[in-house]
Design a protein around this ligand. Sequence first.
Ligand code: NAD
Length: 469
Amino acid sequence: MNLAQTQGIIKEMLQKLQEEETFFTELKGEQREKAFESAQEILTTTDKIIKSYIRVSKDDGRIVRIPAYRIQHNNIAGFYKGGIRYSETVSEEEVENLAVLMTLKNALHELPYGGAKGGVVINPKDYSDRELNFVSKKYVQRFAPDLGPTHDIPAPDMGTNEKIMDWMVGEYKTIHPGKNYLGAFTGKSIDNGGAKGRREATGKGTFFSYFWLVHEWTKMQNNLSFNDGDEMHKTQYQKLQSLYNKHTQNKEISIAVQGFGNVGSVAALEAYTSEKLKHRVVAVSDQNVTLYNQNGINIPELVLFQSENGNLPQSPAELEKIGVEAEIRDREDILTLDVEVLILAATERQITKQNMQEVKADILVEGANSPITAMADDYLNGQGKIVIPDILVNAGGVMVSYLEWKQDRITQLYTNEETLHEMYGQMSQSCEKVFNEYFERKLESIRQTCFRYATQKLFTLLYKHGKLF
Ligand code: NAD
C-alpha cells in the first residue's frame, strides 16, 4: 500500500460515511458536503514535511551528508507520534505514507496521538557505534524545534532500537536544559525510563491479534449466516473454523515468519511457545536467507544467534554449531511456502502482482507496515484468504509507548505484567470491534473496516474541533 493508495482508501471511506444517513445526522445538505470535502482535504494532505541533511564525520575521516526526514501528518487526535527508521531505502514518499498510517492506527485504537514518522537514509549495519551515535544526535539537533513530549514523540522503527532512543533523549536533554525530557522519546531502555515489555510489544501484539481472531473470536461465533453469493466471507469463516478445530483436536498450525528483527523474532517465539493454540514454525527469514524445516525449527536457538550476530545463520556450519536443523533457501522463498499462516514482519511491498498468485497461506498477518500492495490485497481477499492489516496488528508498540510516555510524566513505573495486561486488553477490544463489524456487515476487507473506524473517529474530532467549515 503506497501513499496514493492509502489516501485513496481514506477518500473512499469518507465518501461512504457521507452517504450513510445515520452518521452525523445533524450535518445535512450543503453543510454535510462541505464538511466531508474539508475532512478529505485535511486527511489526504500532510501538516509538515521536514527534510534535512545530517553531516557525519566517518571513522575513516570522510564527511558525509545524509538525507533525513521528520514528517508530521496530522495531530487532531493528539500529539504527533511515530517511529524513526534507519534504512537505505527510506524515501520521502515512504515516510509520509508511514506517517499517515500512524494517524489512522492511533485513531483506530483510540490512542490520544496523531501521526508522524521519521527516517534517515543509511544502512545502520554499515555504520560503527560511534558513527551511529553521531547520526542520532545530529538527527535530534536538526529536528529539535519540532520534537518534544507535548508536540511530537518519536520511537524506534526498522533499523533503530532502545540504544538509539537513549542517545536521542540524551541529546534532547542537552538541547532543552531544565525541560521535561523523558517523555520526548519512547522505546528507551528500562534503565532510562523505558517501559518494561516495550521491545517485545509489537511482536507480541502482532501474534496476539491473529491468535485472538482464531482462538477467541471464532470460538464466540455460533450463528453467523452468509447470503448466497457471499463466497469471500464464507470461505474466510470456514478457514477460521478449520484452524480453530485443529486447536480443539490438539493439532499444530503451520506458520512462517518473514523478518527476524524486533517484530519478527518475537512473533516467531510467541508462535513457538504458544500453548493455547499450538504452532509449528516451519520457516523464518531475514534479509539474507530463508530457513526451512517442515518438522519445525528451534526458534529460541535462533533468537539467541540473532541477538549475538544481528542476523540468522547463513551457512550449514553456522546452523550445525547451534544445533539447528534447517534447509537454507532464498530469502523470497518464505512468501510462497505451503503454510497455513504467514506473518510478514520485514518491510514494504513483499506480496505484489508478481507473486500474489503463488501465496498459499490462508491467513496473512501484517506485522510490518505495508508489506502487501493494494492489488495483491484485493486478489488475496478475493481468494478467501484473510489479510489482517498493519494498522490493526502492529499497534502493540505504540500502545506500550503510550504507557511509557504516561509513566515518564507521573514517574511511576508499570510492571511487565501491567504493561502486557493493558496492551492485550486494548488489542482485544480493537480486534473485537473490527472483526465483528467486518463479518456482520460483510464489508469489503478487514483493512477497509479498520480505515472506516479510523476515518470515522478522525472526522468526528475534526468536526468537534470546528475544523470543517
Ligand atoms: P528490524 O530492523 O528490527 O528487523 C527487520 C528484519 O527484517 C530483519 O531481520 C531484516 O534482516 C529483515 N529484512 C529486511 N529486509 C528484508 C527482506 N527484503 N526480506 C526478508 N527479510 C528482510 O525492524 P522491526 O522493528 O522488526 O520492524 C519490522 C517492520 O515492522 C517494519 O515494517 C516496521 O515499520 C514495522 N513496525 C515495527 C515496530 C516496532 O516497534 N519495532 C512497530 C510497528 C511496526
